[in-house]
Ligand binder design. Structure first.
Ligand SMILES: *Cc1c(COP(=O)(O)O)cnc(C)c1O
Length: 391
């Protein structure tokens, strides 16, 4: 066997277990209806919560920025890559989030990789929810810090772990705000309370709360009225904001430190003028109006209630993320394939993104879905659900 034999075997294994990702290709702007693998289908799985991925205002801002600044900064932020646009975006994000300062990164993934190792060294301890996003897990792996993985959303277990490690010089609690695969919320008020008791830092990854929760989509901290009590808010500009990028908003000292020590800031080139300008436009739109956020929630409530009436298990979601729980990966893939035949684009999600046996189709509702779109989707889900004996 060649030296690639183990890879070939691993690929075969994925296929046998139904865990092999079918990667579909988008051939149009991302909207309610999107061209996927050459067919126009109803898009039910992009993170395009507010429809910003193809918004005219964002596109115009990106085009203007290309004319004014070109296509790339050709440097990392700390050497020659910080353009006036990057600073403008950071100021705007801090204003939007109601924090002292903000620093932007190339992605939400990078923001987590930048932040966790910068803040916690080998003397410190990280307390992390068992269902946290992969980028938080990897951020933890980049440190030599101690690690306590606490049961999902269990504040009592967290408090006990903090008590056990109360003498650690740095304690960092990190949690998804909205858990990305289930749509449930972190118990942030409880977390903040125990953190204050033990003098621990609190870091929340608001990737799916941004543009969704709180007034005008300001996120989970605003939703719970915890301004000033959460030390670090990680955000992404790649989901509700419709573009690409990530950021950290929080206390001035922390943000300043990340500009000095956040490794993706120091060692990976800055985001492009077009991206940054589009992000600025997205924040501007959201500060001006909460219309798309209200539409998103109206759509989400409608879809979820109809799916429940049909007998689908939609899990524990408290947000527009709507998992349709199907169990085995093979069922989920089959369901997704049948939906695609029916002009519905809704990808299956299986291990390792979610635990084994908890495969699902994760429906992402958008403000740009019309009521007719949702009714069309509901009808097709019902049809395929009956065919496959799920309902
Ligand atoms: C998507 C996601 C990220 C990564 O954000 P990108 O900007 O896509 O890199 C980080 N954390 C959570 C919880 C996410 O859902």
């Amino acid at each position: 066997m060649s030296k690639y034999g183990f890879i070939v075997e691993a690929l075969e294994g994925l296929k046998e277990q139904g865990l092999y990702n079918i990667i579909r290709t988008i051939g149009s702007p991302v909207g309610a209806w999107t061209v996927v693998d050459g067919r126009r289908v109803l898009n039910m799985c992009s993170n395009n919560y507010l429809g910003f991925a193809n918004d005219e205002r964002l596109k115009a801002a990106a085009l203007r920025a290309i004319e004014e600044y070109g296509v790339g900064p050709a440097a990392v932020r700390s050497i020659a890559g910080t353009m006036t646009l990057h600073r403008e975006l950071e100021k705007k994000l801090a204003e939007f989030k109601g924090t002292e300062d903000a620093v932007s990164f190339q992605s939400g993934f990078c923001a987590n990789l930048a932040t966790i190792p910068a803040l916690v060294g080998k003397e410190g301890v990280i307390f992390t929810d068992e269902l946290n996003h992969a980028s938080i897990i990897d951020g933890c792996r980049l440190t030599k810090a101690g690690r306590v993985i606490y049961p999902h959303r269990d504040v009592d277990a967290l408090a006990k772990a903090l008590e056990d490690h109360k003498d650690a010089p740095v304690k960092l609690i990190v949690t998804d705000g909205v858990f990305s695969m289930d749509g449930d919320l972190a118990p942030l008020p409880g977390i903040v309370e125990v953190a204050e008791r033990y003098d621990a830092l609190v870091m929340v990854d608001d990737a799916h709360g941004e543009g969704v929760l709180g007034s005008h989509g300001r996120g989970i901290v605003d939703h719970f009225g915890l301004h000033g009590r959460v030390d670090i808010e990680v955000g992404t500009l790649s989901k509700a904001f419709g573009v690409v990028g990530g950021y950290v908003a929080g206390k001035r000292e922390i943000v300043e430190y990340l500009r000095q020590r956040g490794r993706p800031f120091l060692f990976s080139s800055a985001t492009t003028p077009a991206d940054v300008a589009a992000c600025i436009a997205a924040v501007d739109v959201l500060m001006e109006t909460d219309e798309p956020v209200r539409k998103l929630w109206e759509n989400a409530r409608y879809f979820k209630s109809k799916m429940q009436e049909l007998g689908f298990d939609t899990g524990q979601s408290e947000t527009p993320i709507t998992p349709i729980m199907l169990g085995e990966a093979k069922t989920a893939w089959e369901f997704s394939k049948r939906l695609f035949d029916e002009e519905i684009f809704a990808q299956a999600i299986a291990y390792p993104t979610v635990p084994k046996g908890k495969a699902r189709i994760r429906v992402m509702i958008s403000a740009v879905h019309t009521r007719d779109d949702l009714d069309f989707a509901i009808e097709k889900f019902a049809k395929v659900g009956r065919e496959l004996g799920v309902i």
